[in-house]
Design a protein around this ligand. Structure first.
Ligand code: SAM
Length: 232
């Protein structure tokens, strides 16, 4: 059986009892970076062997994992943080397992996009997740221009070293709208900033962006209307 197991996005305590039980009981844990996952397994005295499953070995490793599953072994799939498959590897092995009639189940747990969305207070009734936009400026601008017609809340992931570039492109396409930048959730320096884009650009130019970011463009009632956060 293949277990898709969500793991903490920062605070090691954010793991379910069932996730710990499964990680202890399976024959193998397939993770991205074994050094990273070992921090979690050591913390909880989990002795299960780890094997790396990441973007560059996903084809060969997925076949290997499938062989084990077919032999009747239990495998847990985790990523470095949060939910496997969400801007992380996982899709290929999950699909392969299902196509080969292996029983697959997903254990719910942390996911940065959901955490950031609810924390930001942007409307949650309709939202879209765009993950990481292209690192290439033209492609990023093109996608933002398509999204400019969007009336649902938009959720983006971004790395600290590209954050300011993303904010400048948002300013160019959406104008000086109010958005949210959520940083380092569940960690010591967790921070939520809900400001106009121009203020955020000035802020992050002065204070170099550090850590992990989710950017939220709150939903607008209609294209052309002001975007809004819910009042608390
Ligand atoms: N699988 C993960 C999930 O379920 O959210 C996402 C993995 S993706 C490679 C990593 C990105 O998720 C980061 O660049 C950041 O945008 C977001 N992220 C992950 N942990 C975060 C945290 N603690 N605070 C803010 N953003 C986070």
């Amino acid at each position: 059986m293949l277990y898709i197991v969500s793991t903490p996005i920062g605070n090691l305590k954010d793991i379910t009892l069932r996730a710990l039980e499964v990680l202890k009981r399976v024959d193998l844990i397939a993770c991205e970076d074994t050094r990273h996952t070992r921090i979690l397994t050591n913390h909880y005295q989990i002795k299960t062997p780890l094997t790396s499953y990441f973007e560059h070995n996903k084809f060969t490793k997925a076949d290997y994992l499938l062989r084990l599953l077919k032999e009747g072994k239990d495998v847990a799939l985790v990523s470095d943080a949060g939910t496997p498959g969400i801007s992380d590897p996982g899709y290929r092995i999950i699909k392969l397992a299902l196509d080969n009639n292996i029983i697959v189940t997903a254990l719910p747990g942390p996911c940065a996009l959901v955490n950031a969305l609810v924390l930001s207070s942007a409307a949650t009734d309709k939202f879209i997740f765009e993950g990481f936009l292209s690192p290439k400026k033209q492609a990023r601008l093109k996608r933002l221009m398509e999204l400019e017609k969007e009336t649902r809340t938009i959720i983006l992931y971004e790395s600290p070293h590209r954050l300011i570039k993303l904010l400048m492109d948002i300013l160019e396409v959406f104008g000086d709208v109010e958005i949210a930048c959520v940083r380092e959730m569940t960690k010591k320096f967790e921070e939520l900033k809900k400001e106009k884009v121009d203020i955020l650009i000035k802020h992050f130019t002065k204070h170099r962006p550090r850590g992990e970011f989710v950017v939220i463009l709150p939903r607008r009632a209609k294209v052309g209307k002001k975007n809004y956060f819910k009042t608390r």
